[in-house]
Design a protein around this ligand. Structure first.
Ligand SMILES: *[C@@H]1O[C@H](CO)[C@@H](O)[C@H](O)[C@H]1NC(C)=O
Ligand SMILES: *[C@@H]1O[C@H](CO)[C@@H](O)[C@H](O)[C@H]1NC(C)=O
Ligand SMILES: *[C@@H]1O[C@H](CO)[C@@H](O)[C@H](O)[C@H]1NC(C)=O
Ligand SMILES: *[C@@H]1O[C@H](CO)[C@@H](O)[C@H](O)[C@H]1NC(C)=O
Ligand SMILES: *[C@@H]1O[C@H](CO)[C@@H](O)[C@H](O)[C@H]1NC(C)=O
Ligand SMILES: *[C@@H]1O[C@H](CO)[C@@H](O)[C@H](O)[C@H]1NC(C)=O
Ligand SMILES: *[C@@H]1O[C@H](CO)[C@@H](O)[C@H](O)[C@H]1NC(C)=O
Length: 533
């Protein structure tokens, strides 16, 4: 037998063997950019998880973060799962946030949650920032919960007993557990009337073998400067590349519109640490985590820096996420983040096991593009909107779902779905459309993030190419918000077009008396999907 054919037989044999193994790593790729901030679940709802952390548990990706949808502030922790880092399936709250046995109602709000899996005890351990002392810990046998809180706190270095433990990250590095946390000092006499409001410093400790506690010995994560940048460090993350430990962080910000991007490195968790500022505003965001992705073909790991991004401020629920790979230099330093709007970041990674999740939105008959760049628009105080599209197929439409976020409205939002014979009908006085269904809802039936409002349709039989539309109306002092994308930027079938009518405008306008009160919002379209029977 020739050597080449022997090699090819062996290769064929090897591939048969590895195909038989259930844990064969499947390569996949994903492309991130700086513009597409909002993530949606497979049912079309905005992913309601801020200060997010993504873990690979048991071969699947899980995204965890605080929910802001129900109360407008951090309220409980939600999880989502994915095999391809694009389709995310909602997995519910990790525990009942209204339950009596969780500590999240108080200070800390269980902000920036992190979970570690302990391979010895086969337990997922959730760490939560919930006031002092130390941290609250909860356990579960599954990565999506339910998590049950322990009666006892995980305690930190007694040196910080008089400070407030705050933002933190727990991680497993080569089987060992670590925590990096910042301790807030509200009594530091250097605090300013304008800023800084507080001083906080980061520290690193090892976890006990069960990952339920810290060893209570800590080392500061501080640069030789030991300046206000080190003294306002928060939202930390810890990871290791080769023999170098890294702590990524931001500066005092609180889900703001842009905080410094910090990266500390050292060959020992005891320091000394070398500090870099990788970006002045973290691409208009604040670091939330670093996600290691392994290319199964080369074994190379790409560490993805990800942030909670604009707008910040009280409407944290309107924040999205951005992702980009960290690129390291030979001396262990990292290159600056690339915040340009044209940057794209293709990454090879290991596909999660199981099938790609599907839901009402991914299975919808007609839908605006899943991966468009969507932006919040809040203007129902000024405009009635008419969104039109053409039916992609003949059939019966069961419902139309639109992403809407509440404020403090007292006037309900109303949605009416209709059929038109032509776009011109919208400009024509006395025209009557064919109604297909309508619904209205009060603010308390919607949420502070872009959940969907669904209009059920009755006997909505449509033919392919027929012109359909819905009206979005809800005039109040506080406008309702929806999502729009730029149709010119997207290759999409569906003839999505958006028309607007100023509130109170029900008559001809213009010097000739020929201008319709309804006119096009050029190049824009409202995010929605329609489900066929
Ligand atoms: C998913 O992959 C992990 C790791 O390879 C494996 O342990 C686990 O059994 C797999 N789960 C399923 C449902 O295939
Ligand atoms: C952590 O350790 C401290 C000190 O030993 C102990 O009091 C506390 O109960 C422990 N907490 C947990 C969750 O094990
Ligand atoms: C938020 O970020 C954008 C983009 O950099 C900037 O134009 C805007 O001024 C920032 N807003 C605040 C309140 O800092
Ligand atoms: C894997 O990473 C190493 C170190 O960065 C690099 O030298 C090598 O080219 C990478 N391999 C591939 C196939 O990208
Ligand atoms: C999905 O659609 C079904 C059928 O219209 C509906 O009953 C269900 O509530 C929807 N689920 C979600 C999560 O929107
Ligand atoms: C929801 O809001 C409406 C209008 O303000 C009010 O009439 C209704 O009682 C509220 N429902 C609940 C459950 O709070
Ligand atoms: C819907 O269509 C069915 C069958 O044609 C008819 O019996 C029913 O009355 C219709 N319902 C409505 C509300 O129009």
């Amino acid at each position: 037998m020739k050597l080449t054919s022997l090699v090819s037989s062996l290769t064929a044999l090897a591939s048969i063997c590895s195909a038989a193994a259930t844990t064969k790593a499947v390569p996949a790729s994903v492309t991130f950019d700086n513009n597409r901030r909002f993530l949606f679940d497979t049912d079309g709802r905005q992913i309601d998880a801020y200060g997010a952390k993504i873990n690979n548990f048991n071969g699947k990706y899980y995204l965890y973060g605080n929910s802001f949808s129900e109360t407008g502030v951090a309220y409980g922790i939600k999880s989502y799962s994915s095999v391809d880092l694009v389709s995310w399936q909602y997995e519910g709250f990790l525990f009942d946030p209204s339950g009596k046995n969780n500590p999240c109602a108080g200070s800390g709000g269980c902000g920036r949650p992190h979970i570690v899996f302990n391979a010895n005890t086969k337990t997922y351990v959730l760490w939560a920032n919930a006031g002092a002392p130390g941290y609250a810990v909860a356990t579960s046998k599954a990565p999506t919960g339910p998590f049950v809180f322990e009666a006892h706190r995980a305690l930190i270095d007694p040196a910080f007993d008089n400070l407030n433990p705050a933002d933190f990250s727990v991680e497993v590095i080569n089987g060992e557990g670590f925590i990096v946390f910042s301790a807030l000092n509200f009594r530091d006499p250097r605090a300013g009337d304008v800023w800084p409001p507080i001083f906080q410093n980061m520290h690193v400790s090892k976890l006990t073998a069960d990952f339920m506690n810290t060893t209570r010995q800590s080392w500061p994560v501080v640069s030789s400067a030991n300046d206000l940048i080190d003294n306002e460090a928060e939202s930390p993350e810890i990871f290791k590349v080769g023999s170098t430990y890294y702590v990524a962080a931001s500066n005092t910000c609180g889900y703001c519109n842009g905080s410094i991007a910090l990266l500390y490195r050292s060959n020992s968790i005891q320091g000394p640490w070398t500090r870099q500022i990788l970006e002045g505003y973290s691409c208009n965001g604040q670091l939330e985590g670093v996600l290691p992705l392994t290319n199964p073909t080369t074994g190379n790991v790409t560490n993805i820096w990800h942030s909670t991004t604009v707008p910040g401020g009280p409407r944290t629920g309107f924040s999205g996420h951005t992702f980009q790979p960290l690129i390291f230099n030979t001396d262990g330093s990292a290159k600056n983040l690339d915040c340009s709007s044209t940057a794209t970041f293709p990454v090879e990674f290991t596909k999660g096991n199981g099938s790609v999740a599907a839901g009402n939105a991914t299975k919808a008959g007609d839908a605006t593009p899943a991966l468009a760049v969507y932006s919040p628009v809040c203007d129902s105080d000024s405009f009635i909107l008419y969104q039109t599209w053409t039916a992609s197929k003949s059939g019966t439409i069961k419902s139309v779902s639109v992403n809407v976020a509440r404020g403090v409205q007292t006037v309900p939002l109303s949605l009416t779905v209709f059929k038109l014979s032509s776009i011109n009908d919208l400009f024509t006085p006395e025209y009557k459309w064919t109604p297909l269904g309508s619904s209205s809802c009060f603010a308390n039936q919607t949420s502070y993030t872009f959940d969907t409002v669904t209009v059920p349709l009755i006997n909505a039989t449509v033919s392919q190419g027929e012109l359909l539309g819905f009206r979005l109306q809800g005039a109040d002092y506080s406008p309702w918000c929806h999502l729009e994308f730029d149709t010119k930027e997207e290759a999409c079938a569906g003839n999505f077009r958006l028309f607007q009518q100023g509130q109170g405008q029900y008559s001809w306008r213009g010097l000739q008396g020929k201008n319709s009160p309804v006119y096009e919002r050029q190049g824009k379209s409202v995010k929605f999907f329609a489900t066929y029977a």
